[in-house]
Design a protein around this ligand. Structure first.
Ligand SMILES: [Zn+2]
Length: 447
């Protein structure tokens, strides 16, 4: 641990805040192909701005492959430590839900508000300015430190995949895109469709994403009175609207479906109970129901490092064909093949075929892995928190993209997660503390 770093870290507080405000002002939401850039002009502008910031701090920068990614590097040596973060942000949602504009950063009570302050512009810049503090302290880097700036993390990872095709891979790294102390296990992430011919004549559609528990479903068919009676009987909340009956669930991220209420599942349960059937309605009502672990299909699927399998039906569409879209988070030691075979077999009984959409393999680093040991030690020394343990997560970070990589910060235990929500904010004191942890960690990993 470096003792003499404090003044150099403090000197970066104001520049970090200014740089973060400037990046948050760029509404870098994915707009594929817009303006001739892979993910739109704003994402490109954010990439260029980040490279400019890094260049001004004295790092060597590279704008990669027409704007798919960029990187900034410092230090010498054959080995490379990667710091992997992203500059794209999720859409802001309704502007009226924000106290100030999502892209007008405002500081209030020590928090900086704006889309991207927590995910991931703030943490990424905290790590970048940590390197500047190390440079100012005259620290020598015996490995290269390369910041890899992704631009498509919130959608399909085309950025980091392109980077992996074209560029040198770091031998170790961390991704400042989650929480402290660190994430040692990320579940396998499988997204898929089940589909079959629609012989029911029904037309129903709802849900907006694989990875979100759907919070409303509308039924506009002829059996509204029967449906309402059954909903009452089961105690499922609903609203009668001009267009039909709206079933009210509760939104949640698909990695924690147990915290939501799945409106698609409730609609299917009630439809089946009043005798309305189709392949997907029957499948959901009989095989899944409201169980976020889908135990009927998979049994009690869980493991010690990473917990239970999570299962979310995110979208349904009964048109010419009927299709449901599912997000499934698989424990790190469970084989994907086994899960796919159980799910395919269950689906086949309803005449539904399995179609894979996306698969991200799990990561799992044992607790005595050098990355875990080093980063835990640094975290404990700087934060004084020696209670918190390494975390297993259902989320997905760039840590999956390279070997010997874990997600490390920047949210502290007990802090409120505001990413992807209105009024996203970063606590500046925490961000400065994260910068200190990153500085010590980068020093430890490159000395
Ligand atoms: Zn992120």
């Amino acid at each position: 641990m470096l003792a003499s770093l404090s003044p150099h870290l403090e000197a970066q507080h104001t520049p970090l805040k200014a740089a973060l405000s400037a990046l948050v002002r760029i509404p870098s939401v994915c707009a594929e192909g817009e303006g001739g850039y892979p993910f739109g002009a704003a994402v490109d502008q954010a990439l260029r701005a980040a490279l400019q910031i890094a260049g001004d701090l004295g790092l060597r920068t590279h704008y990669g492959d027409g704007g798919y990614y960029g990187y900034a590097e410092i230090g010498e040596g054959a080995e490379m430590l990667g710091v992997l973060g992203h500059l794209d942000v999720v859409p802001p949602g309704k502007p009226e839900d924000w106290q100030a504009g999502p892209f007008d950063p405002v500081e209030k009570d020590g928090n900086l508000y704006g889309r991207g302050t927590q995910d991931d512009k703030g943490p990424l810049l905290a790590a970048l300015f940590a390197v500047k503090a190390l440079m100012d302290a005259g620290v020598k880097f015996n490995k290269r430190v390369r910041f890899i700036f992704g631009t498509d993390e919130e959608t399909l990872w085309r950025c980091i995949n392109r980077y992996k095709e074209k560029e040198e891979l770091p031998g170790l790294g961390f991704s400042p895109d989650a929480r402290f102390p660190l994430i040692f296990a990320e579940k396998g992430l499988l997204q898929l469709h089940l589909e079959g011919a629609n012989e029911s004549g029904l037309r129903i559609a709802g849900g907006s994403a694989f990875n979100a528990v759907p919070d409303t479903m509308l039924y506009a068919g002829e059996r509204q009175d029967d449906l309402a009676r059954k909903l009452d009987e089961l105690g499922f909340p609903f609203t009668r609207k001009a267009q039909g009956i709206e079933i009210r669930g509760k939104a949640a991220h698909a990695m924690i479906p147990e915290e939501g209420i799945n409106a698609i599942a409730r609609l299917c349960i009630v439809l089946r109970a009043i005798g309305i059937a189709s392949r997907t309605i029957d499948f959901i009502a009989q095989e899944v129901g409201e169980d976020p672990n889908a135990k009927r299909i998979f049994g009690a699927c869980a493991d010690e490092p990473s917990g239970k399998l999570k299962f979310n039906v995110g979208m349904i569409d009964l048109g010419e064909v009927e299709r449901i879209s599912i997000d499934c988070r698989i424990p790190v030691t469970v084989s994907k093949v086994e899960i796919v075979s159980k799910l395919s077999a269950a689906a086949a009984r309803y005449g539904l075929a399995y179609k894979e959409f996306d698969w991200l393999a799990p990561i799992y680093l044992p607790k005595d892995h050098f990355m875990i040991e080093t980063l835990m030690r640094v975290y404990r020394q700087v934060s004084g928190d020696d209670v918190s343990q390494p975390i297993a997560s259902g989320g997905a970070t760039y840590a999956r993209a390279i070997d010997n990589c874990v997600a490390f910060g920047a949210l502290f235990p007990g802090e409120i997660l505001t990413e992807h929500q209105p009024n996203e904010c970063a606590d500046l004191r925490s961000l400065y503390k994260a910068m200190e942890i990153y500085a010590q960690a980068i020093h430890e990993l490159t000395r």
